[in-house]
Design a protein around this ligand. Structure first.
Ligand code: SF4
Length: 316
């Protein structure tokens, strides 16, 4: 059973991504109002071996030997991956047996710690987040552990840029009615200039959020705000995949394993598992009739999630 590795899942920014989830649901240093995994039940800054290094590496090895080749291997999942004290060893282990790029999605909250910055040095791409331009809005949007201040978050990310030679793709997240206004975006753009990322990606709420008051920002406004950044931000939307589909994969179990991590659309499932949409629909209909799968319409799309989870209890 793949306890720590899931997918490959479709990622709007990375293509087909093999996910590694190093934390129990839902362990994080933040409790973001827009989180698609649900409310944080273990709000912590304690670093420990939340998942054992050996079995994680073994599961990655098995997955990449399978029929669907991922474009990237991504640390994401049920919470903040740098909370796992073994992440450095796991990244180095993966690099020893594959050339598939390793990506770490992080909320950046622990980058003020020298050992966390060291642990990420071997990753190919690090994607830290910036969701606010002031301490107040940071607390409102991210609801962090009390030991994390906005200054620590920003200074840690700036320091990481000094030490890390790989790609930094800064994810700037905007929330309708809260941070999606010119005065706030200007503050975030000023911080981004200090971080000097290789790319900036502008994101907003696209999947069912933890709190219903977390609103998305219309695409036209997103495109306007993208021009505030240097380099100009990419507005995330759709996704591309460059790897060859080497064979059929999937089935009910794979679909359920995928939607247990986060709610997915029909296209997400079809792309992530390299399955025909009609085949996915047949599986989905059967899983719904058997009571294993739920679905809900949001923003004109149908999202599926596993029946044993609420729609809010399902990435980062
Ligand atoms: S969005 Fe990411 S950082 Fe925020 S609570 Fe969810 S898992 Fe944690």
């Amino acid at each position: 059973m793949n306890e720590y590795v899931f997918g490959p899942v479709p990622s709007r920014r990375l293509g087909r991504s093999l996910g590694i989830d190093l934390l129990p649901l839902k362990t994080c240093s933040f409790n973001c109002v827009y989180c698609q995994v649900g409310r944080t039940t273990c709000l912590t800054v304690e670093r420990k071996e939340w998942a054992p290094t050996g079995p994680v590496l073994e599961q990655v090895k098995q997955k990449i030997a399978g029929p669907v080749k991922p474009d990237v291997i991504t640390f994401s999942g049920s919470g903040e991956p740098t909370l796992n004290s073994g992440i450095g060893e796991i990244i180095r282990g993966i690099k020893s047996f594959t050339e598939i790029p390793v990506v770490v999605l992080t909320n950046g909250s622990l980058l003020w710690m020298p050992e966390v910055r060291r642990d990420l040095l071997e990753a190919d791409i690090v994607v830290p987040s910036l969701d606010a331009g002031t301490e107040n809005l940071f607390r409102y949007v991210n609801r962090p552990h009390p030991e994390i201040s906005f200054e620590r978050l920003v200074e840690g990310t700036v320091q990481f840029r000094e030490e890390y030679k790989g790609q930094i793709w800064l994810e700037v997240f905007l929330m309708g009615g809260v941070t999606a206004m010119e005065s706030e975006v200007e503050k975030m753009a000023a911080i981004a200039r200090r971080i000097r990322p290789d790319r900036i990606q502008l994101n907003t709420v696209t999947r069912p959020p933890t709190e219903e008051y977390a609103y998305s920002v219309p695409e036209e406004r997103m495109r306007h705000f993208a021009t505030f950044f240097e380099p100009e931000a990419d507005v995330i939307g759709g996704h591309s995949s460059t790897s060859e589909v080497t064979g059929p994969a999937g089935g009910s179990e794979e679909i359920l394993a995928l939607v247990r991590r986060r709610p997915c659309t029909l296209d997400d499932i079809a792309d992530g598992l390299a399955m025909n949409r009609n085949v996915v629909m047949k599986y989905a209909d059967r899983l719904i009739s058997e009571g294993h799968l739920h679905h809900k319409v949001q923003d004109s799309r149908i999202y599926y999630w596993a029946a044993e989870e609420s729609p809010k209890k399902n990435e980062a």
